[in-house]
Design a protein around this ligand. Structure first.
Ligand SMILES: [Zn+2]
Length: 129
């Protein structure tokens, strides 16, 4: 790719990145993790879960913490404030990933632009003679 085409592409990527930044710079409060349902037995031999193998289904919040996965009991239903907060976190993570991707492409483009503009001392000398 020639230098002017590269400049054009880098400029477009930078605009895209700038728009993404506007969207992530003021995130609302978020709760990190993902929600999922899990069934378990309570251990009571007279309960339906033991008698009929019908497990108690509840929601849990799972998130990585210091290299481990931490599970927190939420309940039979997920309150909407929690569902929204978790959704915001997940959306925010996606936007951050897009910014990092744009950064990598910008950096790559800048390297290509530099390489397109680099000439050897011999080439530079020839032009100045
Ligand atoms: Zn039970």
């Amino acid at each position: 790719m020639n230098a002017s085409k590269l400049r054009q592409e880098i400029g477009l990527l930078n605009k895209e990145r700038s728009k993404l930044l506007d969207r992530v710079i003021r995130p609302g409060r978020m709760v990190k993790g993902s929600l999922y349902q899990m069934g378990r037995s309570c251990g009571n031999p007279n309960c339906k879960c033991c008698k009929y193998a019908k497990k108690h289904v509840s929601w849990y919040l799972s998130r990585g913490m210091e290299g481990k996965t931490k599970l927190t009991y939420v309940g039979r239903i997920v309150p909407s404030w929690l569902a929204d907060s978790v959704k915001r976190y997940q959306h925010h993570q996606k936007l951050l990933a897009r910014i990092r991707k744009a950064d990598a492409r910008i950096s790559d483009g800048l390297n290509q632009l530099r390489d397109a503009m680099v000439q050897t001392i011999e080439e530079a000398r020839r032009k100045h003679q």
